[in-house]
Design a protein around this ligand. Structure first.
Ligand code: PLP
Length: 451
């Protein structure tokens, strides 16, 4: 019984909320409310427990990262065992054997010739690493003018300076304009309510939007463009699903013009799309993949970049005693993160997690579209084992209905994730039919409550 196991409730006055500047959070609202239902103290399986002992169903697998559910004994044991052997092992000029083994295992499940793995600590670092690799790759091959990055409107590539430059979420960019990398341009986003609202899975409309890349090539010239970066499925903005044929078309145009294609798979990677990566799920092989989150079930920070052999080989020049890529992090391939990743991969294989996500995705798709017709629902989207319900904003107060819905969810034992007035759902793979029903019916009740 989780409620009984929770520590004694703390009084609100025990906790000084002021010093902690919370990330991506309305600090003033939160600290004024002092919401005990948002103070989480333990996690197990598909549930969090609040400081008051309330259980919350984890509708988004943490922040898309704990796809197996929390504290799986195999992962917990692997991290504990590693701690008893070594806490920290540097990654520059020395390495743990397990880092090599992990890279091999990740390469084995990546598509095509994406066989070379560079480790970071987060998705943001993975993105900035991939952009650096892309630009340096062209330079090493004698095409130093290829420096431009093409991102996409509404894209989310983390919060590093490269990621916000290539990204297309305006609030994440507008304060920081002078810090952004120069020469970036953006493809149009593919979110069009008029043409694709309530599509099930991939929308039939919109592949032609990839042709905008030809327009950008015509505008800037291919000789200035290093790479295109997109999320195969856009998660953070609220599950924006690639139109049928769209990613294929991007691949063709990149190939035609010698542009590298980067898939930011920080959310899609390691099962969520019903295959190992979005690349396989959508049948398009990029040149670089960024990953993070589910690589070790969110247990210890870890991210990385998977590059093709050809990209790696381009760096292997000059005297071999010299460093080829002047880039890396103190905590690249951190021993605890590596241990957690090995255990996670064990489970992803042994429990056929990508396939089970495909199955869960079908159920989520069936269930979530049953919310059509509820008040203010303007769109429902699903892709792999992820779904989103978009609500019309309250007049003049964008985002407030989403916040209210999130708060209604807490009352009903659901930890929901909202972005603007869109609520996203991506529960862990262990979600039972009853829990899925509880989540969807809970969201229905919340939608009615905020009508
Ligand atoms: N890229 C994508 C596609 C993401 O969804 C995210 C996080 O949600 C990131 C990058 C950033 O990852 P992190 O928060 O680990 O830096």
């Amino acid at each position: 019984n989780h409620a009984a196991a929770a520590p004694a409730p703390q009084t609100e006055t025990d906790l000084n909320l002021d010093p902690y500047w919370m990330p991506f959070t309305h600090n003033r609202y939160f600290k004024r409310q002092r919401p005990l239902d948002r103070l989480l103290v333990s996690a197990e399986g598909a549930y969090y427990t609040t400081v008051e002992g309330q259980r919350l169903f984890d509708c988004l697998s943490g922040l898309w990262c704990s796809s197996l559910g929390h504290r799986h004994p195999h992962i917990v044991q692997a991290v504990k065992t590693q701690l008893d052997k070594a806490d920290y092992i540097p990654a520059f000029q020395v390495a743990s054997p397990d880092s090599f083994r992990l890279a091999e295992r990740i390469a084995a499940v990546a598509p095509g010739s994406l066989n070379r793995v560079f480790f970071t600590n987060s998705g943001s670092e993975a993105v900035d690493t991939a952009l650096k690799i892309a630009v340096a790759y062209h330079r090493l091959r004698g095409e130093a003018s290829r420096t431009r990055i093409i991102g996409r409107e509404k894209g989310y590539h983390g919060v590093g300076l490269g990621g916000i430059s290539a990204g297309g979420m305006v609030a994440n960019r507008k304060m920081f304009a002078p810090l952004m990398i120069p020469g970036v341009d953006h493809l149009p986003h593919t979110h069009n309510l008029k043409e694709m609202a309530f599509s099930r899975g991939q929308p039939a409309w919109g592949a032609h939007l990839a042709d905008e890349l030809e327009r950008l090539v015509a505008l800037h010239d291919a000789s200035t463009i290093a790479a295109v970066i997109v999320e195969p499925m856009q998660g953070s903005v609220g599950v924006v699903v690639p139109p049928l044929g769209y990613l294929q078309r991007l691949r063709e145009i990149c190939d035609k013009h010698g542009i590298l294609l980067i898939f930011d798979e920080v959310i899609c990677g390691f099962g969520r799309m019903g295959d190992w990566f979005g690349a396989q799920a959508f049948g398009v092989t990029p040149d670089l993949i960024t990953f993070a989150k589910c690589v070790n079930n969110g247990t210890v920070p870890m991210g990385g970049v998977i590059a093709t052999d050809a990209i790696y080989d381009a760096f292997m020049q000059g005297p071999d005693y010299m460093v080829e890529l002047f880039h890396g992090y103190t905590y690249s391939a951190h021993a605890l993160a590596v241990a957690a990743a090995h255990a996670t991969l064990d489970l992803l294989h042994a429990e056929a997690v990508p396939q089970r996500f495909a199955e869960l995705g079908r159920k989520i798709g069936d269930a979530v579209h049953g919310l059509k017709g509820e008040p203010n629902v303007v769109d429902i989207r699903n892709c792999g084992a992820a779904a989103a319900v978009e609500l019309a904003p309250l007049p003049g107060q964008p985002g407030l209905r989403g916040l209210r819905l999130f708060e209604e969810g807490l009352k009903r034992g659901l930890l929901l994730r909202f972005t603007g007035d869109t609520v996203a759902m991506a529960p862990p793979v262990i979600t039972t039919d009853a829990e899925l029903d509880h989540m969807i019916e809970g969201v229905r009740a919340c939608i009615r409550a905020v009508a």
